[in-house]
Design a protein around this ligand. Structure first.
Ligand SMILES: CC(C)(COP(=O)(O)OP(=O)(O)OC[C@H]1O[C@@H](n2cnc3c(N)ncnc32)[C@H](O)[C@@H]1OP(=O)(O)O)[C@@H](O)C(=O)NCCC(=O)NCCS
Length: 168
């Protein structure tokens, strides 16, 4: 995408992972939405609109976070919504040029910590059956498959795996 976001990272580690990028996490704001939408469209065929993200910022049963680099550029985001003590990790994505720098894993861990702090006891999510990178990231952080939603996704039509993690 030619944004220059990938500069300055040069060390390769296990499984091709490069050094963790220095990032800060904070709640998503209106000013982030254009960059969030760019990442969303680069990441998903069924992309959420800016309007969807904006409406989530108003909701009291949802929380959205961004990961920012030192220049304040948005590198990724995560969205959690909940009812009572159950939550759903509804979205998570990282800019294609800055993947494999532990931003996704740290966003996920940040979302789980925030969920636990809210008293949430279990977190669910859906993931395309073919999305092995995401599914393995979740499984390595304690998520377990609890169901399948047949033909849940379009573009292309595909099953969703439903994963769950209990929070202590
Ligand atoms: C899934 C996604 C958020 C991961 O973000 P990321 O910043 O690249 O991931 P990280 O660098 O934190 O790596 C997380 C784990 O996945 C592994 N991984 C990441 N990319 C990988 C790849 N291309 N191949 C193999 N393993 C990979 C890492 O080694 C790491 O392993 P660990 O679980 O043992 O720590 C990112 O790939 C993405 O935005 N994908 C498109 C959107 C998407 O699919 N979202 C999930 C919807 S359910």
């Amino acid at each position: 995408m030619g944004t220059g976001l990938s500069s300055g990272v040069d060390r390769t580690g296990e499984r091709g992972q490069v050094a963790a990028a220095p990032v800060v996490f904070r709640r998503m704001r209106e000013e982030d939405l254009a960059q969030v939408a760019d990442i969303e469209h680069a990441s998903f065929t069924m992309a959420w609109s800016v309007h969807t993200f904006r409406s989530l910022l108003q909701r009291e049963d949802a929380e959205c976070w961004v990961a920012l680099d030192e220049q304040g550029r948005v590198l990724g985001y995560a969205v959690l919504w909940w009812a009572l003590d159950q939550a759903e990790l509804a979205n998570i994505a990282v800019h294609p040029e800055t993947r494999r720098r532990r931003i996704g894993a740290r966003l996920l861990e940040h979302a789980l910590e925030c969920a636990a702090a809210r008293g949430i006891r279990e977190v669910y999510l859906e993931v395309r059956r073919s999305n092995e990178v995401a599914a393995s990231m979740y499984r390595r952080r304690g998520f377990v498959e609890v169901g399948v939603r047949n033909n849940y996704y379009d573009l292309p039509r595909e099953d969703a795996l439903v994963l769950r993690r209990a929070l202590d």
